[in-house]
Ligand binder design. Structure first.
Ligand code: SF4
Ligand code: SF4
Length: 445
């Protein structure tokens, strides 16, 4: 048997995971359940079955939500096993479900990726999206689906460099921007940077960083995932400075680097922090409005997008609905910090969105490669948003955010989807400025 799949033996076939599996709930087919997928992995690894389209469909259909792993009494490491199985499938059958070629450049953290992100912003501003997606043959294909997922408006992410507070810094942190930062997360990253600088931290955006490697690893491209992991290890060095990663999916991948590249990544893994947990450790300073808050307009130097007129003012209270990403709940188990932090934001009523125990269907590239399942999983959540009528959805993973934004647009619901940092910034913002400096420690690799 393939040695990486040996841990499938830990499965005692009890079936306790089945009620927690979203794909099994949709199809009621054992092959789409964790137990069925483990049996298929065992058959593949032992050579009893050869990879064919049917087996690939069952394995590729897995969301990687790891709900099964979170509740398995036998400790089956399902996420790692699925990565191994997909690598084996990739070896035996070649390419699995892939992202359209036009989208790939947006997921690169190099100069080409930034150029693609700039082109995306031009595309968004000209409003030609509606025309393009109506071109014959495009709307039904993967490219049409991917274009539908693009946010309608984004701003540039903070460029590499060191951002300093006005007084003596109380410490330094790195901000992980990953591959999606330049194209999709300008607002979220800028808001996080602004809050951290406001609290007195120097924030470094390292030029040597790149994609976390999750998309490659989960599609069977293990060697490519290792390559980007090693690049990040070099990019963040061994200084011991915390690395704040906003997305729970990226954070999971960064923390699990020791599984991918070995013990050289153990110290780095321990440096990877969640912004919400980090902000909670700062006590009540963040919400001490008498100190004056960060001013998004002054700090961004770009084109800020925020929920105008929706943030609470004076004595009003505004409701936000929180969507908890699977990696945050099932792997990192850091949802408590996010909820606690949001509950401390003045004037904010925090409501957990119904169905938070189930994947929204985004699941990395799954929302593009498996549109029917992705939409079926999202629909009840969109209906929950309709019932709650919140001022914003707050979530902590870019895939979930893009999937929700597209689903809400389709349902005709005008509700912004924000990160915790964006919501907090919109509430506590005031007069404040940030200085960008050249950083002698930052090098391009
Ligand atoms: S993965 Fe765990 S919970 Fe699921 S059938 Fe196997 S042993 Fe039981
Ligand atoms: S990771 Fe999620 S979708 Fe995949 S088998 Fe486990 S519960 Fe089902």
């Amino acid at each position: 048997m393939n040695s990486g799949l040996k841990d499938t033996d830990r499965c005692v076939m009890c079936g306790l995971c089945l009620p927690h599996c979203p794909t099994y709930a949709l199809s009621r087919n054992e092959g789409d359940s964790p137990r069925g997928r483990i049996s298929l992995m065992q058959a593949l690894a032992s050579g009893r079955l050869e990879a064919d389209a049917r087996i690939s469909a069952h394995l590729d259909g897995c969301l990687g939500c790891r709900a099964c792993e979170a509740m398995c009494p036998s400790g089956v490491p399902f996420g790692r096993l699925m990565d191994e199985a997909r690598a084996l499938l990739h070896e035996q059958r070649g390419e699995g479900p892939a992202l359209p070629a036009l989208v790939r450049p947006l997921l690169r953290a190099d100069g080409a990726g930034r150029a693609a992100a700039s082109m995306l912003r031009v595309y968004q501003r000209t409003g030609i999206h509606a025309l393009v997606t109506r071109l014959p043959g495009l709307s039904a294909g993967r490219l049409g689906r991917a274009l539908d997922m693009l946010p309608r408006r984004t701003v540039a992410a903070p460029s590499p460099g060191l951002y300093r507070p006005s007084g003596d810094p109380r410490g330094r942190v790195y901000l992980f921007t990953g591959c999606t930062g330049a194209a999709f997360e300008g607002n979220a990253l800028t808001a996080a940077r602004d809050l951290l600088v406001h609290l007195g931290y120097e924030v470094e955006v390292a030029a040597g960083q790149g994609c976390c490697g999750a998309l490659d690893l989960h599609s069977g491209h293990t060697a490519e995932a290792r390559e980007v992991a090693e690049r990040n290890l070099r990019g963040f060095g061994d200084s011991g400075v915390p690395v704040i990663a906003l997305n729970s999916g990226c954070r999971t991948q960064l923390r699990e680097y020791p599984v991918l590249v070995g013990e050289q990544a153990i110290a780095f893994s321990g440096r990877v922090k969640d912004l919400c947990g980090f902000l909670l450790e700062q006590g009540s300073e963040l919400f001490d409005l008498s100190r004056g808050g960060p001013d998004p307009g002054a700090a961004r130097g770009g084109d800020p997008v925020r929920p105008e007129g929706r943030a609470p003012t004076g004595d009003t209270t505004v409701r936000i609905a929180v969507h908890l990403p699977c990696t945050l709940r099932n792997v990192l188990r850091e949802q408590g910090a996010m909820l606690e932090l949001l509950r401390r934001v003045p004037g904010t009523e925090v409501v957990e969105l119904d169905g938070n125990d189930r994947c929204c269907g985004a699941a990395g590239s799954h929302m593009i490669t498996h549109p029917a399942a992705a939409d079926a999983l999202l629909t009840p959540k969109v209906e929950a948003v309709r019932r709650l009528a919140p001022a914003a959805i707050v979530t902590a993973n870019i895939g979930c955010s893009l999937h929700f934004q597209a689903g809400l647009r389709k349902a005709g619901l005008d509700v912004p989807v924000l990160t915790p940092a964006e919501w907090i910034l919109s509430v506590v913002s005031g007069q404040w400025s940030v200085e960008k400096c050249d950083n002698p420690l930052t090098t391009d690799n």
